[in-house]
Design a protein around this ligand. Sequence first.
Ligand SMILES: [Zn+2]
Length: 270
Amino acid sequence: MTIIDFHTHAFADALAGRALAKLAANSGLGHALDGTVGALRASMRRAGIGRSVVCPIATRPHHYAGIRDWAREVRASAPDLEMLVSVHPDDPQAAAHLEEAAADGFKGVKFHPYYQGFSVDEPRMRPLYEKIRDLNLMVVVHCGFDIAYPHDRWCNPAKIARLAEDFPGLKLVATHFGGWMDWEESARTLLGRPIWLDASMASPFLPPERVREMALAHPEEYLLFGTDSPWTDQSAEVAFWKSLDLGDGFLHGFFGGNAERLLASAGLPA
Ligand SMILES: [Zn+2]
């Protein structure tokens, strides 16, 4: 079985040092890797992870092109990385950029409301969600609070649940069990529903029994292994999930089967 890590970050070599230092200073989180593609791939080999989804974030509207060019370059030399792209909600060309990304074979985009300054339920987001759905792209959304920002409710679990309701057919992936540090609201509004959740950043912040309970409360075919590497260590996360005694059937889907199915169904036909 190929283990797929659905939530990782990496940066262009020339930017990685500065980007990681800044992010680490804002979050107070340690990092297991130096933020480069090379370090991520070495970590994958150590952890037995065969494929990682890399989630860049356009923190400014004009970042799209640079991210696209870098993502193209990386995927040409690293077939084990599934590169997403990112558009900024304030990008006047956002819709055209989504079309271009889909035509270019990308399978999805990442949104991060805190880093991009928007709330997921803003009316201006609607045409973008529609476009993403019509292009059959995945949209991976940061959910819950963010360690580096005040606790505004821009992407809390209840809003994510509404987003899924408002856009049936949208390939929505809600990160961090649907709500980082908003676990109880996620348990009330998202767990148990047919919505893709990645399980990243739960293990460092919750007791293992609670993580296990949340995992079992969700339809198992909709749960995805993710680490948020470099912010956690991929090998440690693989070991953590194996230690929870969830059974082989569960782990087969969680570690890779579910992600494989989702990735195979996303994007425009080649
Ligand atoms: Zn992340």
